[in-house]
Design a protein around this ligand. Structure first.
Ligand code: NCD
Ligand code: ZN
Length: 375
């Protein structure tokens, strides 16, 4: 199925949804993102969450400390929305450049979502202000009602919550994050016109590769557990069609979400798949399988900046065929390691950056342990 293209050069991409964490974990993972991506929308779900411009600026400084000085990486910070968030604080952070966007987690939907929003109406004053100043709203799109099947949470969010939100805020720019269902992809595609604001959507690399079967392959597989959960084969096909369509609504957001192996392989194990070590490579693999490598640049490097009103990056990265396996684990200082997606297997590509010295992060010839080279 794969196209016989051996190398591909594209504009340097951006990651419009990533978890970089803090402390030792930040030190272990930040370079993977920074070596390839020029900018990243950094999720605010630390504990405690990032809710003020001051906290965002301090977190941004810790991220910049953790990446090589020559990486040319710009973190774009987000504000964690709570029911009592002050619209003035959000607006001040946006005006200062401390916040690029606001993230809405439905209460209890995912990692550190206990501070999230139970009743969307309570945050209408914030959304009103964001609409007025052109600040994007990023949505974790799942309903949390106890009677809703966990695999239907996204489709019902789109149906019950998102349509209403877009109608109530016709000029608000909204990103539906990490699409996992055909229903959500169709909704995004169908809502491109008739509104003053825009509706965009990010698609992760792992959701282009796995279905819910991956959770139960030869036993329960906690490292395939992420939220929203991977869905059926027909959903994966719809996500591949959306990502490779070239349509401007769809852009790259890895949702790379590292957790130490002991937090994943546990009762009440954490949700999150770590993909930053080979993110662009994993997208390239899916695009090659769809014979759509010519549309990877639109998805990875053009559609996102256009949505956020930013120029595309001037640098270039080169994808080269490579069958070296991904390392089995990523070291984290003083803690259990992280198990990377595709551990021990070849992805089929490697990224060469203009900063050649960071080019081999996350990969070893023997599939052993690897550390990002700059931290
Ligand atoms: C994310 C995390 O671990 O922070 N987990 C995940 O499964 N994607 C949170 C999130 O984005 O849902
Ligand atoms: Zn996420």
């Amino acid at each position: 199925m794969s196209e016989h293209i051996e190398t591909l050069t594209i504009r340097r991409p951006d990651d419009w949804h990533v978890h970089l964490r803090d402390g030792a974990m930040l030190g272990a993972v930040a370079d993977f993102t920074a070596r390839v991506f020029a900018r990243a929308i950094v999720m605010p779900n630390l504990d405690p969450p990032v809710t003020t411009p001051e906290a965002a600026a301090a977190y941004r400084a810790r991220i910049l400390d953790a990446v090589p000085k020559d990486s040319g990486f710009t973190p774009l910070m987000t504000c964690y929305l709570m029911e009592d968030t002050d619209p003035e604080v959000v607006a001040r952070g946006f005006a200062d450049g401390a916040f690029a966007a606001v993230k809405l987690y439905p209460k209890y939907a995912t990692t550190n979502a206990a501070y999230g929003v139970n009743d969307v109406r309570k945050v209408y004053p914030v959304l009103d202000r964001m609409q007025a100043i052109g600040m994007p709203l990023l949505l974790h799109g799942e309903v949390m009602d106890a009677d809703v099947d966990i695999f239907d949470r996204e489709a019902l969010f789109v149906d019950r919550v998102l349509g209403r939100l877009l109608a109530d805020f016709p000029a608000l720019n909204v990103v539906l994050e990490h699409l996992t269902s055909a229903a959500a992809a169709t909704f995004v595609r169908d809502h491109q016109t008739g509104r003053e604001g825009r509706l965009g959507a990010t698609i992760t690399a792992h959701h282009l590769h796995i279905t819910r079967n991956a959770l139960f392959e030869d036993g329960f597989r906690p490292h395939m557990y992420c939220l929203p959960l991977a869905k059926r084969e027909e959903d994966k096909r719809a996500l591949r069609a959306a990502a490779t369509s070239g349509e401007s609504a769809f852009f790259l957001g890895t949702d790379s979400a590292p957790h130490a192996v002991d937090a994943k392989e546990a009762d009440f194990g954490c949700a999150g798949v770590f993909t930053a070590h080979a993110a662009l490579e994993l997208y390239a693999r899916a695009f090659a399988e769809e014979e759509a490598l010519d549309r990877l640049e639109a998805f990875a490097s053009l559609n996102g900046p256009a949505f956020y009103g930013l120029p595309p990056n001037e640098g270039r990265v080169r994808l080269v065929r490579d069958d070296t396996p991904i390392s089995e684990s990523i070291d984290v200082e003083g803690r259990a390691p992280v198990r990377p997606f595709f551990a021990g297997q070849p992805v089929g590509w490697r990224v060469e950056t203009e900063n050649g010295d960071h080019a081999q992060a996350g990969r070893t010839a023997h599939g052993g342990e690897a550390r990002p080279s700059g931290s």
